[in-house]
Design a protein. Structure first.
Length: 72
């Protein structure tokens, strides 16, 4: 599944700060714009993976799971 997010970059001194506009808490930095961009991609993937793990239902808990798609 492909998702598009808005990456924001701000140069402060010798470093680039980077964050995702749509998802609070995903931010990183890099010495170059390229490094900040790659670090941001990693941060998105790690956050999604950690959230999926942390929010899994308990073994005997009956839930319904489905994919949801939205167009923004």
């Amino acid at each position: 599944m492909k998702n598009n997010f808005t990456a924001v970059y701000k140069k402060t001194g010798r470093w680039y700060s980077a964050w995702i506009e749509e998802i609070s808490g995903i931010n990183t930095q890099g010495k170059t714009l390229t490094e900040a961009r790659e670090n941001l991609k990693d941060a998105i993937l790690l956050t999604i993976e950690a959230n999926r793990y942390a929010n899994q239902p308990k073994k005997n808990e009956k839930v319904r799971k489905e994919q949801i798609a939205i167009l923004v």
